[in-house]
Design a binder for this molecule. Sequence first.
Ligand code: AMP
Ligand code: MN
Ligand code: MN
Ligand code: MN
Length: 285
Amino acid sequence: MNADLHCHSCHSDGVLTPAALAARASANDVELWSLTDHDNVDGLDEARAHAHRLGMQFVDGVEVSVSWQGVTVHVVGLAFDPSNVALNEGLARVRGGRDARAMRMAEALERLGVRDAYVSAMRHAGNPALVGRSHFARVLVEQGYASDVHAVFRNYLVPGRPGYVEHSWTTLAQAVTWIHGAGGVAVIAHPGRYRLSGAQIEQLFREFRALGGIGIEVISGSHGDAEVLTFARLARAFGFYASQASDFHAPDESAVDLGRCARLPDDVEPIWRAPELADLIACST
Ligand code: AMP
Ligand code: MN
Ligand code: MN
Ligand code: MN
């Protein structure tokens, strides 16, 4: 199945509109697609309408920012009701911290010589409420601090680097509760990307499973071959469904194009077999 269950539009830190993403997904032969913008659901109506017009299955999605043991962890919600009030209020609360964080990031970057950091980042932010590190990364590339956004992240925008500021998002339990309250399922995004030891990852997975989380991304644009094997093994060990996703943001930035991610290994259970997704897909065919 050519499924791609995690990507971003201009409603968060991607650069394409939901309609343009739908066209790109369709051109790349995606059969099952989800748009999962950070901390908001604003692009879903447009994405769903275009997906259906182009004959693709669509699952509503979101990527919620969580702080777990001082580390930022992303939880993807899938197949929920995007009009659910508690979910929307919760996401508004998570977004609410972003502007003050952006101002602190701008101050830190301006101390390094970056010019007009806040205003410049806002120019990149299609949705000012969703201003984030990717928008600052694009400013630093423009001003010649690095040749691409990946180098900016390595040198400036991650813990221990001078442009990084601490921020507290929401809790793992709260994010999962919002997703479940809206009828959806919760998936740990790109587990290979966190600065966590093997023991910590297993603790995260145990807590997540106890909260009712059912899946982890095994295929992700940020996983190499070794991580695919590791997380396929852990998905089996924990009884998690496995998700498959590019985490596509922008044609010039993302290593893996929308709909061009690797396929899940045979020995894991794909997330689209979970009843919440399988029923939805069956209903729309
Ligand atoms: P924020 O939610 O503002 O903390 O920004 C997180 C976003 O930064 C992620 O969703 C990615 O889009 C981007 N990001 C994080 N790490 C990297 C990296 N190493 N290279 C490129 N983009 C990254
Ligand atoms: Mn992002
Ligand atoms: Mn993420
Ligand atoms: Mn993402």
